[in-house]
Write a protein that binds this ligand. Structure first.
Ligand SMILES: Cc1ncc(COP(=O)(O)O)c(C=O)c1O
Length: 393
């Protein structure tokens, strides 16, 4: 494999590469240089919400291309304002900041949280075991998986990790000192685990009693992925802030954080910023994506297709109880926990022209397809998975 040898010659060895040389994508399909065509349930790791080569995205980028590629945040441009306005209309938040990535959105929020904590004499930040919030040092500190932290100590102080879905442990640790709790409504990298309603109740009641900040990491769950525009919309409370990225840019690098009135004026001029964040091309692609995905019918379709997919996976669980332990997730963010490592299944599926990856330490098959996937394509994926499970049974 020449191209893989080249990669290991030139690049840091931090990625496990997929041995396919993709030439282009179209809809939910990836095409490779050997003539093979793959059904893509990875979607650039939950990024390509409208799949590949969508005309709406392409046209939005092309029309911005005629104006400028980059001006810096010294200038406000129409495209920034349009996207900011749309996101703030879709959510209960007051203000927004654009970044380039998810981890940068988390870093920005951490700065707001820390400044607010200093003003309110609160320093303890809580996060959950098994979580993933990004790879810069602040976000890595919040990530509740030791393997992402252990070689980079010391990290940020005053961060504590609470057992996921242990509402008693959460209740025990929150107090007057608590400044903020960061959480994923459904963990992505951690293995598609959904936060329980008991945990959400403890967060809601705890915030009333102790006045801490609830920060939802919607980087993977956001922009329609779970069948709502943002997953927190199904809760009984509104978080104080959210981080969003991945699907937001429709394939171009774009992240953001959105904050409530309580946090809208914490940062002063010069206390935060970015050269590239909110790049106009990314915002143009983002606006087209957000307009498309936020349509109520499209969101309902995601929920319906997701349920169809989940039921079909449940069917496979009935058929292969020795392989499949549990099916989890919402909308088009689904996971299949196995009784074994998922690597062999992932590789066999790829040989049968189906692409996805594993999460949760390797034992969870993660499915985050383009949101435009159709029922027939989901049925095709299930057929391939059935074949693969029958071969390893
Ligand atoms: C929930 C969550 N938070 C944060 C991140 C980090 O985002 P990025 O890779 O864009 O920095 C990810 C990426 O996988 C994520 O899934």
């Amino acid at each position: 494999m020449d191209f893989l040898e080249d990669a290991s010659k030139y690049f840091l060895d931090v990625y496990k590469r997929i041995p396919i040389k993709v030439t282009h994508g179209e809809g939910v399909w990836l095409y490779a240089d050997d003539g093979q065509k793959y059904l893509d349930l990875l979607a650039g790791i939950a990024v390509n919400a409208l799949g590949y080569n969508h005309p709406i995205i392409k046209n939005a980028i092309l029309s911005q291309l005629d104006k400028n590629l980059h001006l810096s945040n010294f200038f406000v441009q129409d495209i920034h304002v349009q996207l900011a306005k749309k996101l703030l209309e879709l959510t209960p938040f007051e203000k927004i900041f654009f970044s380039n990535s998810g981890t940068e959105a988390i870093e920005g929020l951490l700065k707001i949280v820390k400044k607010w904590g200093n003003q309110n004499k609160k320093s303890k930040i809580l996060t959950f075991e098994g979580s993933f919030h990004g790879r810069t040092l602040g976000a890595a500190t919040l990530t509740g998986q030791e393997k992402y932290r252990k070689n980079f100590l010391p990290l940020l102080p005053n961060v504590e990790y609470v057992a996921f879905n242990d509402s008693v442990a959460l209740q025990d640790v929150i107090d007057e000192e608590t400044c903020a709790v960061f959480f994923e409504g459904i963990s992505g990298e951690g293995g598609i685990r959904e936060i329980s309603s008991e945990m959400l109740n403890v967060l809601e009641e705890g915030r009333k009693k102790y006045n801490f900040l609830i920060i939802a990491d919607e980087i993977q769950t956001g922009v329609g992925r779970t069948g709502l525009f943002y997953n927190f919309e199904r809760y009984n409370f509104i978080p104080d802030a959210i981080a969003t990225a991945k699907g937001l840019g429709g394939g171009l690098p774009l992240g953001a954080f959105l904050v409530s009135e309580k946090l809208a004026h914490v940062l002063d001029i010069g206390e935060h910023g970015t050269t590239y964040g909110g790049n106009p091309l990314a915002c143009a692609s983002g606006l087209a994506t957000v307009q498309f995905v936020s349509d109520k019918k499209f969101l309902n379709d995601i929920a319906t297709k997701g349920l169809y997919f989940k039921n079909a996976l449940e069917g496979l669980k009935q058929k292969y109880p020795g392989i499949i332990k549990e099916v989890r997730g919402k909308g088009l963010m689904l996971g299949v926990e196995l009784h074994r490592s998922g690597l062999e299944i992932m590789n066999l599926a790829r040989k049968n022209n189906l692409i996805f990856n594993v999460a949760g330490g390797g034992s969870v098959l993660r499915f985050v397809p383009p949101l435009i996937i159709e029922k027939e394509q989901i049925a095709q994926a299930i057929e391939i998975l059935d074949l693969v499970f029958s071969q390893i049974n």
